[in-house]
Design a protein around this ligand. Structure first.
Ligand code: B12
Length: 630
């Protein structure tokens, strides 16, 4: 009998389960396979942030020579009793199990306040001297308490990082060991090092999961580089405890960074490493383990053979997106996830607060041309939509299972046509939901369509304006103009939908003038109420993007990647413009942070920069004119 256990390793976000095991478990159950799942990211965090977890932490820190204790560790030990009594109630509050605690937390007399609380001093105090008044107003006791409780947990994470393991963070763990890391050596050395307190906890959670489920096949999912070290530690334990158990690795990180895997030592931990969508490869693997399919007919699967790493791919058509089943969260403790309030940015709050159900409207991206994006990879290039009936059937099934009506569509870019059909089908079935997700700012999102989407439950969208320069938008084949983005984002905003813009700087050949102009466009978009939130990301060149594949077409030269058979993703490049984009990035982030809070919108954009920059060449009425011409 096959029994499959899917595992999400630490660390991912703590507010909602990352959906890969939910998708795979739903698919396998639709095919009659006994499949279960565990979120060890959540379990590890809850274990570390419990009264017994803090006791173990104190013991470990207490054994270190007092002279070498960092200030944060000393602060924690000095106030241990308060941390110990407050941790349980605070976690219950963040899980939504004890909302009444909000008043005590918000009073700022309940939680011990470590260095993270000094961030509050950066906010502007009102007449009463309350630094959070502007953000939450008089009524937002719950939100205020959530923010304070998050600062408290961040203080504890800092103690773990400074006292136990410098690689620890809540949403990413030891990321640098895996991210664009061509050599396996650093990860291998870290895995050979004596276990830290965190490793020990993870090991005991892994053993407990194994004993609870007794699987014959374990699927470990690594969506991001910050989950890879945890995944290997889990696999190390599995191999120690149950050497014959089949253990497979897959997920977004593998699909992106391990496509040229040639490192045999990875297979000291895993038996199989698969690429792209998991449904078909896992199905083939199960048949293989049952003796019904020979090894050479595995699908998109790396194994260790006599001559090193082999890639086996018996080419079979993928399982259609409409036939992959409905994701299930069954077995995951939905009531134990933590709604954190870290940044006050409204979009970030959607990412980190609330147990959103995750679902995909369509597989891949219908546009797939953007030069900075990994458009050559299957999860972007293979576009396949499901009918609105299938999507809404899935929505209805998920609501029946979870009791939650909130959906985060995790699409690359949900297509306008599919969203219109989805809205109509939700309306036809009179199914109340709230939903949000990523889109492209297409012309077809007319004011009427935006209103239809809002009526169907759409509360927020995010989309790329990227470099906010028509020359660069054309060069990168984004397929939108700044004026178009102004009109579309305004249509969403007028319909009551929150708009977040993904912004980019440092694209090949981008000049200082274009960066200043981009900030002026963004200023006007905030000022005209088109967007409410945004974030400037530094452009990174990846090997799978059009820039990485044809750098000359973008006027840059790649620096050859270092040798190694492990991860390949980001690649350094030489840009003849020689602009110091990192220095400009500091100013862009500062401006954006303030714009998001409605501050400084009337200022000349040059004021945000530390060094002199040219005056913007954009008309101060550009966005107003674009909106008038709609
Ligand atoms: C939505 C999304 C987000 C959301 C939500 C994330 C979340 N925690 O829920 C937000 C915006 C918050 C986000 C943030 C980030 N993201 Co993101 N995100 C995505 C996106 C678009 C969809 C993810 C998703 O839910 N897919 C649906 C699930 C079901 O797909 P899946 O995980 O791939 O699983 C399938 C297969 O991989 C496979 N599979 C999965 N596990 C396993 C295991 C086994 C054993 C097998 C056989 C198969 C298998 O089967 C599944 C079903 O087919 C992907 C790109 C993409 N299209 O996948 C990027 C992606 C995963 N993100 C990425 C990154 C880098 C990040 C960030 C680190 C960015 C940053 N610098 O901050 C953060 C990390 C956040 C965190 N720590 O939680 C990268 C990861 C690539 C890499 N280098 O490793 C991706 C691939 C995009 C990219 N190319 O840049 N992200």
């Amino acid at each position: 009998m096959t029994k499959v256990l899917g595992i999400v390793p630490p660390m991912t976000q703590l507010n909602a389960a990352y959906p890969s095991t939910a998708y795979l478990t739903g698919f396998l159950r639709s095919r009659g396979i006994d499949a279960v799942q565990e979120d060890l990211a959540l379990e590890l965090a809850l274990e570390l942030l419990s009264a017994t977890g803090l006791e173990a932490l104190r013991e470990r820190l207490g054994a270190q020579p007092p002279r070498r204790r960092p200030a944060r560790v000393r602060g924690f030990l000095a106030r241990f009793a308060r941390y110990h009594t407050t941790i349980g109630p605070t976690i219950a509050f963040l899980q939504g199990r004890d909302p009444t605690l909000a008043h005590r937390i918000a009073s700022r007399t309940f939680l011990p306040e470590g260095p993270r609380f000094s961030a509050l001093e950066n906010y502007l105090a009102d007449d009463t001297g309350d630094p959070l008044a502007w953000a939450f107003g008089a009524l937002g006791v719950e939100e205020r308490a959530r923010h304070l409780a998050t600062l408290y947990l961040n203080d504890l994470a800092d103690v773990l990082r400074e006292g136990i393991d410098p690689r620890f963070e809540f949403v990413r763990y030891a990321e640098s060991l895996a991210c664009s890391q061509p050599s396996f050596e650093p990860l291998r050395d870290a895995l050979a090092a004596p276990p830290t307190l965190i490793d020990e906890r993870l090991e005991s959670l892994t053993r407990a999961a194994l004993a609870r489920h007794r699987p014959t096949l374990v699927l470990i999912s690594v969506p991001f580089p910050g989950t890879v070290y945890g995944a290997f530690r889990i696999a190390q334990t599995l191999k120690r405890v149950a050497p014959d158990l089949a253990v497979a690795l897959g997920g977004g990180y593998v699909n992106t960074e391990l496509r040229a895997l040639a490192e045999p030592r990875v297979f000291d931990y895993f038996d199989f490493v698969t690429l792209d969508d998991g449904e078909l490869p896992v199905w083939a693997l199960i048949e293989h383990l049952r003796g019904e399919r020979p090894r050479e007919r595995l699908v998109r699967c790396f194994v260790r053979g006599d001559r090193g790493v082999e890639y086996l791919d018996h080419r079979e058509p993928d399982i259609p997106f409409a036939a992959t089943g409905t994701p299930t969260w069954d077995g995951l403790p939905r009531e134990r996830y933590l709604s954190l309030l870290d940044l006050l940015n409204p979009m970030h709050r959607l990412w980190s607060q609330g147990a959103w159900n995750k679902l995909t409207v369509a597989h891949g991206c219908y546009w797939k041309q953007c030069a900075f994006c990994d458009v050559s990879l299957d999860y972007i290039s293979r576009y396949e939509a499901a009918s609105a009936t299938v999507t809404v059937d899935r929505i209805a099934r998920i609501i029946a299972e979870t009791g939650h009506r909130g959906f985060h569509f995790v699409d690359e870019a949900a297509p306008p046509k599919a969203l219109r059909a989805l809205a109509a089908e939700l309306e036809r079935r009179a199914l109340p939901v709230s939903w949000w997700g990523n889109i492209r700012f297409e012309k077809s999102f007319s004011p009427a369509l935006c209103r239809e989407l809002a009526a169907s439950g759409c509360i927020a969208v995010s989309g790329g304006l990227e470099v906010a320069s028509d020359r660069l938008l054309t060069l990168m084949k984004k397929g939108v103009t700044v004026a178009q983005v102004a009109r579309v984002t305004r249509a969403f905003s007028e319909a009551g939908i929150l708009v977040h813009a993904y912004l980019m700087y440092g694209f090949p050949t981008q000049t200082v003038q274009e960066t200043v102009d981009a900030l002026e466009y963004v200023r006007q978009l905030f000022s005209a109420g088109c967007i409410q939130s945004g974030f400037f990301h530094r452009f990174a060149c990846t090997v799978h993007s059009p820039v990485g594949r044809d750098p000359a077409a973008f006027g840059v030269e790649l620096v050859p990647l270092p040798a190694g058979g492990f991860a390949r993703n980001d690649v350094a490049y030489l840009d003849p413009t020689g602009v110091d984009h990192d220095a400009l990035g500091v100013a862009l982030s500062r401006a954006l942070y303030n714009y998001t809070h409605g501050i400084g919108l009337e200022r000349d954009v040059r004021e945000w920069f530390d060094t002199p920059v040219p005056r913007s060449t954009v008309s101060r009425r550009f966005v107003a004119r674009a909106l008038a011409g709609r």
